[in-house]
Write a protein that binds this ligand. Structure first.
Ligand code: NDP
Length: 672
């Protein structure tokens, strides 16, 4: 029997008083025990806050992103061990792809997004600075800084790897330490994953701790800098959400709980079409992956009345081919539920659904395999509810297994109304080619669903699946689904940080945000900035060019050369009739080109490439006879690799009266 350990204050601690037995989902035999009532949880929280938090906050976003990548690579190299450990949870090799590979993939995505979308800094600026005074000497800027506490992740049994990593990735990237509390039923897989990460040596001390078994009085010791992220049942979520201590101490709490996710067959889709087959395929996959133990699985299949029999027959035919049994066997397509308790729960809930819906398909009773008689196997079950308007259980009772119900609908409006009867879900999917119907669904059902997934033959080859939360997209949903929000790219990183409005002078805000702000004191450049390497450039270094006059001949030459003979540049009377111009004006692109001519240093040097312009604005027309001069300032530096980094320059074009005529940010790659 395996003693599943906890990892607290830098030490592995075995089970003790209060340890709970854990049974194999496949055989029903007890294979492990976990839990120790004597864990030093106060020491654990202190270790996280003082050691883990401090070490993570000392790193920049990019350093933390590199750490995530190293962890992902390490887990990838050892994922076979995670696969092997996962079989006893009832998961098949196909299921491992969702849990193990899905979790590692999430780490990779956050590692990459952290490098590409976050600065190599400690503070995350939120939007541009606001000018709060007339002349720009007093600015406001929203910034995010890491919360100073610890995040306690209470996870569900169904995804022992992904469930941990999808919370851990954004949390570590934010600079906040974690305590992971996996569901006891599958905690031996999480323990192995944590052990791999700790042994990799990539995590600072205190950044990640693990409690297997009960949390003890951990939650009583949290305060307003801490957070609890919960995944699991509606009942436990309610208990924690209303815990007076957590409320009184202002502990942030988010929940992702069970929901009655729906899929809708578009009114435009007929049997025999590619879309019809796609719909049936998605339903079959969602009912059987992880034996239906997925928070996003399809529970309600909404079908236009004329297609009900065709859908029923196609789904039943597909389910008839699903082999159930020992997940280690290659001929088995669907494994077991996680435990005998879950099996009993699913059967009881299926009976409740059966009271108002007819069971139209039930799979084989006996699972394949040796010694599996006491395993937590349940065959797939399909129901048909003839009157979904009168029914309640089909919209409210989540049988957390391979169970789904077909709900006939009259029209598009009825389909949307039925989808919303779940009173909040993680995802609703729609198979349709009809853009108007797709738009109606978003307007009619968007408020009730965390994610709306549309699929048809055009997108099928690349579509990621109804039930697969993508790290880039929000995972969570309103109402019944818990009201929480996870993933969603960098949005999830912000959940672990505090947003503050910071007000002050441009110089102070430049230092705070680690990016130069307009109005900041210019720093003289010792030599042309294009002759200086990435490491030698400092924020705020400013090059001021001489002025250049723009003549009518310049404008005509540019027009002929480029072919841009737009009337505002070529026809004095027509230009004067345009309310934006006094008469003929210079092309905006001419100004950009002349600006480059003014600030560029032509000789071979460390500037390697111009990779783009951001936030370009033309503010005042330039007429023949005006002159322009350029101010080029180092705004932000972002290392990309050992060879070069990105320099973001603030570029201002001013006329002879020092009025800004154009402004933009220029992106260049500069050698290190
Ligand atoms: P629970 O809500 O009981 O457990 C979820 C997590 O909360 C587990 O880690 C559990 O630990 C922990 N927990 C339970 N009670 C407390 C408490 N008082 N304080 C702190 N932590 C606590 O869900 P189950 O795992 O029992 O699943 C029950 C149902 O929940 C399923 O049948 C399904 O309907 C739904 N569910 C939904 C999921 C989703 O992703 N949306 C995922 C899993 C389940 P421990 O295991 O040690 O008790």
């Amino acid at each position: 029997m395996q003693d599943v350990q906890s990892f607290v204050c830098g030490r592995w601690v075995g089970p003790g008083a209060g340890a709970r037995p854990i049974a194999s989902a496949v055989t029903g035999a007890v294979i492990a025990q976990a839990g120790n009532d004597a864990l030093d949880v106060a020491g654990m929280l202190d270790f996280a806050r003082s050691r883990g938090g401090a070490a993570l906050r000392a790193m920049t976003f990019h350093q933390r992103a590199k750490m995530l990548k190293a962890l992902a690579q390490h887990l990838n190299a050892h994922k076979d061990a995670l696969y092997q450990a996962s079989f006893d949870t009832g998961a098949t090799a196909r299921d491992h792809l969702f849990d193990v590979d899905g979790g590692i993939g999430t780490l990779f995505v956050y590692a990459s997004k952290g490098r590409r979308e976050l600065p190599d800094a400690h503070v995350l600026r939120d939007g541009p600075a606001e000018q709060l005074g007339k002349t720009g000497t007093f600015l406001g800027q929203h910034v995010y800084t890491p919360k100073r506490g610890v995040a306690v992740h209470i996870n569900a049994f169904n995804f022992p790897v992904w469930g941990m990593l999808e919370k851990l990735a954004p949390c570590l990237l934010a600079g906040v330490p974690s305590v992971v509390k996996p569901a006891t039923a599958t905690c031996y897989v999480t323990e192995l994953c944590v052990r791999l990460m700790i042994d990799s040596g990539h995590l600072p001390d205190g950044a990640l701790q693990l409690v297997t078994g009960g949390l003890g009085d951990t939650l009583d010791l949290l305060d307003c800098q801490d957070s609890v992220t919960f995944t699991g049942s509606e009942a436990t979520a309610l208990k924690l959400r209303t815990d007076p201590g957590l409320i009184r101490r202002g502990v942030s709490f988010t929940a992702e709980q069970d929901s009655l996710n729906a899929t809708i067959l578009g009114p435009d889709v007929a049997p025999g079409s590619a879309e019809f087959d796609l719909f049936v395929k998605e339903v079959l996959r969602e009912m059987t992956v992880k034996a239906g133990q997925k928070c996003t699985a399809i529970r309600r299949i909404i079908v236009p009345q004329p297609q009900v029999q065709a859908v029923l027959q196609a789904v039943s035919a597909g389910l008839a081919k699903v082999t159930v049994g020992d997940p280690r066997r290659e001929d088995v397509r669907m494994g077991a539920l996680v435990s005998a308790e879950q099996r009993a729960d699913v059967l009881a809930k299926a009976a409740a659904i059966g009271a108002e819906a007819e069971r139209v398909f039930a799979g084989p009773a006996a699972p394949l395999g040796d010694g599996v008689e006491n395993g937590a196997f349940v065959a797939p079950m399909l129901f048909l509810c003839a009157d979904p308007d009168a029914a309640r259980a089909v919209h409210e009772t989540e049988a957390f297994g391979p169970v789904a119900t077909i709900l006939p609908c009259r029209d598009a409006g009825h389909a949307i109304a039925l989808a919303n009867r779940g009173r909040g879900s993680l995802v609703a999917s729609v198979v349709t080619r009809d853009p108007a119907f797709a738009r109606d669904v978003v307007l009619g059902a968007g408020a009730w669903h965390g994610r709306l997934y549309f699929n048809n033959a055009d997108s099928a080859a690349e579509a990621t699946g109804h039930g697969a939360p993508m790290p880039h997209m929000v995972h969570g949903g309103p109402g019944r689904a818990g009201g929480g929000e996870e993933l969603g790219g960098i949005r999830a990183v912000r959940h672990f940080m505090q947003r503050s409005a910071v007000q002050g002078s441009p110089d102070l805000l430049s230092a705070i945000g680690e990016a130069w702000q307009p109005g900041g004191t210019p720093v003289p450049v010792p030599a042309h900035p294009f002759t200086r390497r990435f490491g030698a450039l400092h924020l705020g270094e400013t090059l001021q060019t001489p002025a250049r006059e723009i003549t009518l001949a310049d404008i005509e030459h540019f027009a002929e050369f480029t072919g841009d003979t737009f009337y505002a540049h070529m026809d004095e009377d027509a230009a004067a009739r345009n309310p934006f111009f006094p008469g003929r004006v210079a092309h905006g692109y001419l100004l950009l080109s002349f600006a480059a001519g003014l600030f560029v240093e032509p000789n071979e040097g460390p500037v390697l490439a111009n990779t783009g312009l951001d936030n370009l604005r033309f503010m005042k027309p330039v007429v023949p006879g005006d002159s322009i001069a350029v101010t080029l300032t180092v705004k932000q530096k972002t290392p990309r690799n050992d060879a070069y980094g990105e320099v973001r320059w603030h570029v201002r074009l001013a006329n002879q009266d020092d009025e800004t005529v154009a402004e933009y940010e220029l992106l260049t790659m500069v050698a290190c």
